[in-house]
Design a protein around this ligand. Structure first.
Ligand SMILES: *[C@@H]1O[C@H](CO)[C@@H](O)[C@H](O)[C@H]1NC(C)=O
Ligand SMILES: *[C@@H]1O[C@H](CO)[C@@H](O)[C@H](O)[C@H]1NC(C)=O
Length: 170
């Protein structure tokens, strides 16, 4: 059995680009809006009750992705996760001068990563936002605001092949 995993990300996006275009009127089955090629988002994360807030800088043209995460119980030590499209990631905690790299083997998510294989589940309220919801099997449930087309929340499912939320994400 795949353990279900309460890694929920509440996204409050501060997009650096212009907002995505509205969906085509009359489209019977909504499709996920691709991410802007570059953006900054603030994420509230819940990993099995371990709460953190993170800044995410997504940079598709630059082939890189940076998370700076502050855990609730370690607010003085932000943790950096710097992922490159060549499959190398760097994890560091400047306050402790700790750093390591890892060959993650995959690059960052494409802006349209959700579309292939996403199944539309209909509309649901998420944190007070009216959302379109899609799922990708064994991977993610994704909530997108109907009006603004921005992501509101996503929930990852961890399988044995998926060690932690960040490599999935970006
Ligand atoms: C939980 O939070 C602590 C910081 O309070 C962090 O060091 C640790 O890696 C987190 N554990 C998991 C499983 O995310
Ligand atoms: C990937 O890119 C980063 C940043 O340029 C670099 O530090 C790292 O060595 C590269 N990894 C590989 C496997 O080429």
């Amino acid at each position: 059995m795949t353990p279900l995993l309460p890694v929920a990300f509440l996204l409050l996006l501060c997009l650096s680009g212009s907002p995505p275009a509205a969906a085509t009127a009359g489209d019977p089955t909504p499709t996920p809006t691709p991410w802007p090629p570059q953006f900054h988002a603030k994420l509230v994360m819940d990993f099995h009750g371990n709460l953190s807030v993170a800044d995410l800088w997504y940079d598709w043209p630059g082939g890189r992705n940076l998370h700076i995460t502050r855990y609730q119980l370690a607010a003085d030590a932000p943790f950096y996760d710097n992922e490159w499209n060549n499959g190398t990631s760097f994890f560091y905690t400047p306050s402790r001068r700790a750093c390591r790299s890892a060959a993650v083997g995959v690059g960052i998510l494409r802006p349209d990563w959700l579309s292939p294989g996403a199944v539309y589940l209909g509309r649901q309220d998420a944190d007070g936002f009216d959302c379109h919801v899609w799922a990708k099997a064994d991977f993610i449930t994704y909530y997108e605001d109907v009006n603004t087309k921005r992501p509101v929340k996503w929930v990852f499912y961890t399988g044995k092949r998926l060690p932690s939320p960040t490599p999935l994400l970006f």
